[in-house]
Design a protein around this ligand. Structure first.
Ligand SMILES: [Zn+2]
Length: 141
């Protein structure tokens, strides 16, 4: 019988069969936080952007997040990389992949928080694939 951690590794391996989750995991591992998130944003025009949660301030945080936050969530980090002044790089109609794994290697649920969710909706992200404890799931925004 598999022990819990082996089972977790097995689930991670199956999630990583998806190349976007592989990319999101690479980003996740760059985070120095205990709670590590990595994101991949795929625009309708095919361009791909990546991000992860990090200590950094930004006016968007004060404006949109309910609680006192000092770090940029991975979802916001990746959306801020898209230049909104280039029409061809519009976030509208895009897909986001969010991968979360803690420092000990456990896969964690990565559903966006309320604030990220709202910003993603405003920018027009349409599909959000995020990890769960047992794999991943898809949320339509
Ligand atoms: Zn968030």
């Amino acid at each position: 019988m598999l022990d819990k951690f082996e089972e977790n590794r097995y689930i991670i391996d199956s999630v990583l069969e998806n190349k976007w989750f592989r990319l999101a995991r690479n980003e996740c591992l760059k985070s120095i936080h205990n709670t590590r998130f990595g994101t991949v944003l795929i625009l309708k025009n095919g361009k791909v952007f990546t991000g992860f949660n990090k200590d950094k301030s930004h006016p968007m945080i004060k404006k949109h997040y309910d609680y006192f936050a000092q770090s940029i969530h991975a979802e916001l980090d990746v959306m801020l990389k898209v230049n909104p002044y280039r029409h061809s790089d519009d976030i509208y109609g895009s897909k986001m992949f969010i991968y979360r794994e803690d420092k000990l290697g456990w896969l964690k649920p990565a559903h966006p928080c309320k604030s990220c969710y709202r910003i993603m909706q405003d920018y027009g992200v349409k599909k959000c694939y995020h990890t769960t404890k047992t794999g991943y799931s898809l949320t339509y925004l």
